[in-house]
Write a protein that binds this ligand. Structure first.
Ligand code: SF4
Length: 445
């Protein structure tokens, strides 16, 4: 049944939260554009137009940012600066009844699996022929590739399965096609994302297929870098390590959120792995992939975390020497398994523990960077900022990791191009270098 074309006004998509939300907004964008609607990620659509907010409902401050954004556009609507206002994404999925009551100015709320209904409301039919087709909102030379939706893990602190549902892998052929289309549009780097990328294939192919997927993607023309994010430690498919070691296109980079190292805390978090096996896994990865860079994420102030358990975590960060690390304070999320525990670590102590871990990480990052001085590295140029071109090495993911500052005073580099850069000096989180020659397209290191 063809959707009525009555309310076809320009649409602005406002995206909050993680890279998975970015991909969902890019899919929505392509479907709307495919339906000949004027759609934008940046520009407000005007008094007649429509705003769609793709929200995040992960933890406290992310939820607050989503609520503030909804209230902002509700005011814009009230003052006639925009027409219709729709809300979708994780916060809407998780708290729809409350939001409908608290912020009734929104014309309609949608869940995380409501794309077809949202499109119909915007005067568009869902186009199957556009599956795997995406207009990216990231700089053209890199793109996120979401390989699955949802999560089957029971982590006690996490509300994501409540918002995203069970794990569903995307078919491998579809992902390889999508990668080819992204490359054809100029993507040189693909960031592999999921809630748990290591679970890939278990539902669809009854076995872990991440290694096979990475190998297929490594053969996609035009893609120089494939970067693995959101790997889960328990049941980590170690055949992935050979693929990373043997394929130059797969970055020697693994993002593996560990959350903690203490056995009692990991058991309470229901992570399915203890401290000893975690340390062993980190060691095996470092042994099997020379020069690999490990990124991890840790939580401070989990219910019942004692000073001694925190000390153990600090010592682990010092010894494991992660090259890249982020830390978050525990957020007490209703409807999660941990919600039944007492959130007994004071907010101040959570922040102090996070600051202590990041101080150790600053030292780790500095010593890693110091070891880069004098080396020549392949750098992907992301942007120009003042007198510098800013880029990243194979060891740096956009927006979260370190950067390379390249003096632009006497050199011209093209954004989205690779350049060989000689590292002249190091800072805690950045490297400073000069170009030593443009890297021909798709040349190995
Ligand atoms: S793996 Fe754990 S922390 Fe990550 S999305 Fe799934 S339940 Fe949440």
């Amino acid at each position: 049944m063809k959707t009525r074309k009555k309310n076809r006004h320009p649409v602005r998509i406002v995206t909050l939260g993680c890279s998975k939300n970015v991909v969902d907004s890019e899919v929505l964008f392509s479907q709307l554009a495919g339906g000949d609607l004027a759609v934008s990620h940046e520009h407000d659509p005007g008094p007649e137009g429509t705003v769609v907010i793709n929200t995040c409902g992960f933890i406290d401050h992310a939820k607050q940012e989503s609520i503030d954004t909804i209230l902002h556009y509700a005011r814009e609507k009230g003052q006639g600066r925009i027409g219709k206002l729709y809300v979708t994404g994780c916060l809407s999925e998780r708290f729809m009844p409350e939001l409908e009551k608290e912020i009734p100015d929104v014309d309609q709320y949608f869940g995380t699996h409501d794309l077809v209904r949202l499109l119909a409301t915007l005067g568009c039919d869902y186009r199957h022929e556009l599956v795997g087709e995406r207009t990216t909102s990231t700089p053209a030379h890199y793109a996120y590739l979401k390989i699955s939706e949802g999560c089957d893990r029971p982590c006690s602190f996490c509300a994501i399965p409540l918002m995203r549902g069970r794990h569903v892998s995307k078919p491998m052929e579809q992902l390889v096609t999508e990668a080819g289309r992204l490359a054809a549009k100029g993507a040189r780097e693909l960031l592999i994302i999921a809630q748990d990328s290591t679970y890939y294939g278990l539902d669809l192919y009854k076995s872990r297929q991440l290694a096979q997927l990475l190998e297929r993607l490594a053969r996609v023309d035009g893609i120089d870098w494939i970067r693995l994010h959101y790997a889960y430690p328990s049941g980590f498919p170690e055949d992935v390590l050979e693929v990373i070691r043997d394929h130059a296109a797969v970055c020697r980079y693994i993002d593996m959120p560990l959350q903690h190292i203490n056995d009692r805390v990991l058991a309470s978090m229901r992570r399915g792995i203890g401290g000893h096996r975690t340390r062993e896994l980190v060691e095996r990865i470092r042994t099997r992939i020379p020069e690999v860079v490990l990124r991890t994420t840790l939580i401070t102030g989990y219910p019942g975390e004692t000073e001694a358990e925190h000390r153990e975590l600090v010592e682990f960060v010092r010894q494991a020497r992660f090259e890249r690390l982020g830390a978050f304070t525990y957020s007490h999320e209703e409807q999660t398994h941990a919600a039944s525990l007492a959130d007994d670590v004071p907010a101040e102590a959570k922040e102090e523990r996070k600051a202590e871990i990041m101080a150790v990480q600053q030292e780790n990052s500095r010593s890693f960077n110091d070891a880069m001085v004098g080396r020549e590295l392949k750098v992907l140029v992301d942007r120009k900022e003042g007198d510098f071109f800013v880029g990243r090495t194979e060891f740096d993911s956009p927006e979260v990791d370190n950067e390379v500052l390249i003096d632009a005073a006497d050199s011209y580099l093209r954004i989205g191009d690779f350049s060989r850069v000689r590292i002249e000096s190091a800072e805690d989180f950045d490297l400073i270098g000069v170009p030593s020659g443009r890297v021909p397209v798709s040349a190995d290191e």
